[in-house]
Write a protein that binds this ligand. Structure first.
Ligand code: HEM
Length: 144
């Protein structure tokens, strides 16, 4: 029972942390629709799905969304951010973007290994948020 309540409290705070995170999700205003942007939107949905699954102690749902998130992140690594659309694939900026995506994929695999271990999941989700903010600060085109 106590474990259930603690899980619920954690899941609720994790949901709030992710949903209120302007860095991860607040992209209502963006430059234009891109394939990368669409993938990122789907990543956002899967991250939400993962947290929802956690809230319901539903490992199957958690792992399903995590697998999707990993696949989309790997795919996103192969695309060019709009900000650098005219640059060569070997430019230093693109390589840095790819390194940022590699870091994200690494964290997602760690999340997979964490299974349903509450104490491991929480700091990993915080790191995913950090990696995402760092990526968006550096690589999203400023269209204002
Ligand atoms: C789980 C982590 C992440 C989530 C949930 C996420 C989510 C999003 C969302 C919702 C958008 C806006 C899409 C749109 O409205 O068109 C976006 C855009 C973008 N994100 Fe992420 N993101 C994540 C991680 C990252 C990382 C690690 C990087 C870079 C290393 C990154 C780079 C970008 C770029 C460059 C765009 C703009 C799209 C473009 O240039 O075409 N994101 N992201």
């Amino acid at each position: 029972m106590i474990k259930r309540i603690r899980r619920l409290i954690f899941a609720t705070s994790a949901t709030l942390m992710l949903l209120t995170s302007t860095e991860v999700f607040a992209h209502a205003e963006h430059c234009e629709d891109t394939e990368l942007g669409d993938l990122m939107k789907s990543m956002k949905d899967d991250l939400k799905g993962y947290v929802k699954g956690f809230k319901q102690s539903d490992q199957k749902t958690m792992q399903k969304h995590l697998n999707e998130l990993i696949a989309d992140s790997k795919n996103a690594r192969t695309l060019m951010p709009l900000k650098y659309e005219s640059q060569s694939e070997t430019s230093v900026n693109i390589v840095r973007y790819q390194e940022g995506m590699d870091k994200l994929v690494e964290l997602l695999y760690e999340l997979k290994q964490a299974g349903d271990d509450n104490s491991a999941i929480k700091p990993l989700l915080a790191e995913v948020k950090k990696a995402s903010k760092k990526g968006h600060d550096a690589f999203r085109k400023d269209c204002d």
